[in-house]
Design a protein around this ligand. Structure first.
Ligand SMILES: Nc1ncnc2c1ncn2[C@@H]1O[C@H](COP(=O)(O)OP(=O)(O)O)[C@@H](O)[C@H]1O
Ligand SMILES: [Mg+2]
Length: 373
């Protein structure tokens, strides 16, 4: 039975007003909800679609309390929500996703520990706090490797790749700045994939088809769906997802990034929210990752997922958007999304394109012929 409360003009609060918040807002709007966005930047991408914006920093407790008072439930577009505030919202009964999934995913050390505790394979890693730890990691893990900040990194920010001992001076400066880092073996993967799924308050999971991701400079460039991986890999990825979702108590849309090497999988990263690699679901599925997310947190039934057959999503960044838009006549099959960001900056995501077909090979071939991928 559909939940009638769905239609009763409830208000959803979103912490964070970037592109993910904006796409959530678009969906929540068409589902009939009112929206209040909390973000420090006036007229941020999500606020352009909201009924109201609370302009405040993310660690402004008073602002969070106002958000909680003015809304029926709160969600977020990123994992860097202040944990005390998340706990406060959870206590108030207005954070259906709970604070635990934020606690684990906002800190790479906790995330890795949670992965190991739930029996998942991850790249060999070591937590680095001193120069001696760094030397020990070089001795035990070796090169190539990547150093990552434990908190706050995204789109390749907060990480440096280490190829040999000549990179250690830079590594030491990076450590002096951040104090706690992860030294991680560089995985020579065959491909990267992500599992984007939604878990209801009742624990039931719906899966979107697994996408294959190509990164450039550590930033997602394209997602192609379905991923070209074996049924064994798909099974392993789903088993890992179930274990992780259970351990964390996931509610809402959530993404797991994985490295694939032959039939082995390594968990790279978790995202407790809709994910860039799931944007293709907007046009290529009967229900998008955003709608399924809103359904989950509002305790509405999740929909079974149907997929049109093939999709390619291309991210538009400050540095490549001109190149794509100069091919305008070749973008005739593109679903164009622009995020309403005021300024174009190199490496800043400003929009994306989605191409949908029924056949993956045909679609990829067409996009290659058109020099779009
Ligand atoms: N250990 C690794 N081995 C190989 N590639 C890596 C590794 N860590 C990161 N990368 C590359 O960098 C990308 C971004 O790293 P990630 O840890 O997912 O950080 P974020 O997405 O938060 O910037 C990955 O998707 C992958 O392409
Ligand atoms: Mg990532």
């Amino acid at each position: 039975m559909p939940n009638n409360e769905f239609y009763l003009g409830k208000t959803i609060g979103i912490i964070g007003g970037g592109q993910l918040g904006r796409m959530m807002a678009t969906t929540a709007r068409h589902m009939g909800y009112r929206l209040i966005v909390l973000d420090p930047t006036p007229n941020c991408p999500a606020a352009q679609l909201a009924d109201e914006q609370i302009i405040a920093s993310y660690d402004d407790f008073t602002a969070i309390k106002v958000l909680a008072e003015k809304t029926d439930l709160v969600t977020y577009e990123f994992e860097n929500v202040d944990l005390e505030m998340a706990r406060y919202l959870e206590k108030q009964g207005c954070l259906p996703q709970g604070a635990k999934s934020l606690e684990i995913t906002q800190d790479r050390e906790k995330e890795k520990q949670a992965m190991l505790a739930s029996g998942q394979a991850v790249a060999p890693f070591k937590i680095i706090k001193t120069n001696d730890d760094l030397i020990e990691a070089v001795d035990t893990i070796g090169f190539p490797a990547v150093l990552k900040t434990c908190r706050g990194g995204y789109d390749g920010k907060g990480q440096i790749k280490l190829t040999n001992k000549a990179d250690l001076a830079e590594a030491k400066t990076f450590l002096a700045k951040h104090q706690r880092l992860i030294y991680e073996a560089w995985v020579s993967f065959d491909c990267e994939i992500s599992v984007v799924f939604t878990r209801g308050i009742d624990g039931a999971i719906t899966y979107f088809p697994i996408g294959e991701n190509v990164h450039r400079d550590h930033i997602l460039h394209t997602t192609t769906v379905p991923a070209r991986v074996s049924p064994i890999v798909i099974d392993k990825a789903k088993q890992a997802t179930e274990a992780i979702a259970e351990t964390i108590g996931v509610v809402g849309t959530f993404a797991i990034e994985l490295f694939v090497k032959a039939d082995q999988i390594f968990i790279n990263e978790l995202a407790p929210r809709p994910h860039n690699s799931g944007h293709y679901t907007i046009e290529a599925c009967n229900v998008s990752q955003f709608e399924q997310h809103i359904r989950a947190i509002c305790n509405l039934p999740l929909l079974p997922i149907y997929f049109h057959g093939a999709a390619v999503m291309v991210n538009l960044l400050g540095d490549n958007i001109d190149a794509y838009f100069s091919k305008c006549e070749r973008l005739e099959r593109a679903h164009v999304h622009m995020y309403g960001k005021g300024q174009l900056k190199p490496k800043r995501k400003v929009g994306h394109l989605t191409f949908v077909d029924q056949d993956r090979e045909q679609l990829v071939q067409y996009l290659k012929q058109q020099h779009l991928i």
